[in-house]
Write a protein that binds this ligand. Sequence first.
Ligand code: NAP
Length: 311
Amino acid sequence: MTATILFAGGAARWPHWEAPLRRALSEAGIEAELATSAAPETVDFIIYAPSGDTPADFTPFTRCRAVLSLWAGVERIVGNRTLTQPLCRMVDPGLTQGMVEYVTGHALRYHLGLDAILAAQNGHWNPVVPPLASERPVAMLGLGALGAACARALAGLGFPVLGWSRTPKTLDGIDCHHGEDGLEQVLRRAGIVVTLLPATPATENLLDAHRLALLPIGAAIINPGRGSLIDDEALLGALGSGHVGHATLDVFRTEPLPAEHPYWSHPRVTITPHIAAETRPDSAARVIAGNIRRGLAGEPLLHVVDRGAGY
Ligand code: NAP
């Protein structure tokens, strides 16, 4: 099998990806012309991540069979009308594991009240026993590759997990819901809310003032999905009134988060700089090579984005 593959993931990423990709392509039995530039009409596959030097016009790539995203979130390319080839998103075991660790770590921080424990190291013996996980329902908004893995991990720790997705789902050990009524039911019971939804027109400002008001008082929010999922003004209002107890935010409408943004100085906001889960070159290169092998063999590609739904 031979293929010309354009790495359009940005010059800064190329040194981290070149060796893992060459190794994975060779292991998949593909003789690849892999480079950061190529005559567009010769390119069979494009490996893509948004950056200053990635193509905005895909029209000249006349024989390209698929664009393979290095990122799970595809909102910056999904609406590109010049892209007529299949677009595949990233589902990488390394990325998933990173997200599971991030979400369970921050959920346990809230659940065990670690901030209060650390703040009270003042010689004062004050035994406050946290409830068991079984007494703290967690809402998982999004039950895709990442949400489902995080939901299973939290359920494995004993949390009752209430899942919510666009289409009906059945997941062992997860109380699954969908639709507006389902969202309301899930939010009304959640001690912790995790948002692992894509940025689409349908998820814009999903957590607005009305839906935040459904949460039990003091609920915590963990958003490693996308900044657009939350109405920032509404969240600041809910934090100010104490209705929302704390928010851990990894993603923002503008990144890096501007220095003057009120989140930075808010005592009950924890900011992480979009590091919840990185695509890991070693495992992700095998996913990319596997999809290229499928494309060359005429097999269906994996993780194809539904362009209508936007994810
Ligand atoms: P995915 O497999 O495409 O799953 C998306 C989930 O969201 C699905 O369960 C889907 O429902 C649900 N959903 C989409 N639109 C919805 C709507 N309008 N109402 C209700 N549910 C809706 O995506 P993933 O791989 O789990 O990734 C999720 C998101 O995480 C990505 O899009 C990206 O934005 C973010 N992410 C962040 C980081 C980070 O470092 N912070 C890293 C990777 C990814 P159905 O199951 O019914 O389709």
